[in-house]
Design a protein around this ligand. Structure first.
Ligand SMILES: Nc1ncnc2c1ncn2[C@@H]1O[C@H](COP(=O)(O)OP(=O)(O)OP(=O)(O)O)[C@@H](O)[C@H]1O
Length: 236
C-alpha cells in the first residue's frame, strides 16, 4: 500500500505555449493532495492555457511537470485518457450531450472509462448524483434542467472515477451569483472530502468569502500567494 505524499500537481520551470506564443514562463509550483487553490488573472493572462497544459490538451514543451503521477513532458497520446481519468474537468459551458438524458450522459463516461457491470454503473450513477444534490434527474434531458443543475450534472460526471484533482475553468461564469455560490459550496464540500481543486475564477467574492491559496497569472509569470504578497485589485 502506498502512503505517498507526492503532490497532485508539480511544475518546474515550465513554459506554457499557445502555438509559438509563450504565454507563461518559469512556472514552478506544487499542489498537494486535498488542497484548494484559486487561479486568477486578467483575461488573456494564461489561466486556461495553464489548465489545458495540466490535462495535456496543450503539450508541455519546456520545463517539467507531473500531474497525478503522470509526467507531462512527452506524455504519449495513448496515456492521456488515463491521466484524465484521475482528473475531474469542469468548464464554464456545461458540455453535456443535449440529445441524451442525464443518466445517459453519465453512463457514456462510465462505459468509456472501463465500467462494464450494469449493477455497479447504476449504483455509482445514483451515488454521484446524490453527491451533487440531484436526486431524481436521471431521466431528464439537460435542457429540462436549470444552469446550476446542469453544472451539478457536469460535476457529478467529473466525480465518477474519484479524481485526485478537479480542474475547474471558470465553472460559475455562466451562472447567476446565487446559483454560482451554491456551486462554489459544492466544490468546497468535495474538497473537504479530500479531492484537490484548482479553480480559475473571475469572482472576487469567492476569494473574500472562501479564502484559500491563490495563483495569479501576471505578465507571463505565475505568482503564488504562499510565497509572495500581491494585490488583487484591478486584475479582472
Ligand atoms: N487556441 C488558441 N490559439 C492561439 N492562441 C490562443 C488560443 N487560446 C488562447 N490563446 C492566446 O493565449 C493567451 C492566453 O489565453 P488564455 O485563454 O489562456 O487566457 P485566460 O487567462 O484563460 O483568459 P480568460 O480569462 O479570458 O479565459 C492569449 O493571448 C490568447 O489570445
Amino acid at each position: 500500500m502506498s502512503f505517498s505524499s507526492e503532490p497532485v500537481v508539480s511544475l518546474r520551470d515550465a513554459a506554457i505555449f499557445q502555438d509559438d506564443n509563450r504565454v507563461l514562463d518559469n512556472v514552478t509550483f506544487d499542489i498537494s493532495k486535498g488542497e484548494f487553490v484559486y487561479l486568477v488573472g486578467r483575461t488573456g493572462s494564461g489561466k486556461s492555457s495553464l489548465l489545458k497544459t495540466l490535462y495535456a490538451d496543450l503539450d508541455l514543451r519546456l520545463g517539467d511537470g507531473q500531474v497525478a503521477s503522470y509526467p507531462l513532458r512527452d506524455i504519449k497520446r495513448n496515456q492521456v485518457p488515463f491521466l484524465r481519468r484521475k482528473l475531474g474537468i469542469v468548464f464554464q459551458d456545461f458540455q453535456l450531450f443535449y440529445d441524451r438524458t442525464v443518466a445517459e450522459n453519465l453512463v457514456f463516461v462510465m462505459r468509456a472509462t472501463g465500467w462494464t457491470d450494469s449493477a455497479k454503473i447504476k449504483k455509482r450513477l445514483a451515488e454521484v448524483l446524490m453527491r451533487v444534490g440531484l436526486g431524481s434527474v436521471d431521466n431528464k434531458m439537460p435542457h429540462q434542467l436549470s444552469g446550476g443543475e446542469q453544472q451539478r450534472v457536469v460535476i457529478a460526471r467529473s466525480l465518477i472515477n474519484e479524481p485526485v484533482l478537479m480542474i475547474a475553468d471558470e465553472p460559475t461564469g455562466n451562472l447567476d451569483p446565487e446559483v454560482g455560490e451554491g456551486i462554489m459550496r459544492l466544490f468546497l464540500e468535495i474538497n473537504n472530502s479530500g479531492t484537490a481543486i484548482l479553480m480559475a475564477t473571475h469572482n472576487h467574492k469567492f476569494l473574500q468569502d472562501f479564502p484559500a491559496r491563490i495563483l495569479k497569472c501576471d505578465n507571463g509569470r505565475v505568482l503564488d500567494s504562499q510565497k509572495e504578497k500581491f494585490g488583487l485589485t484591478n486584475i479582472w
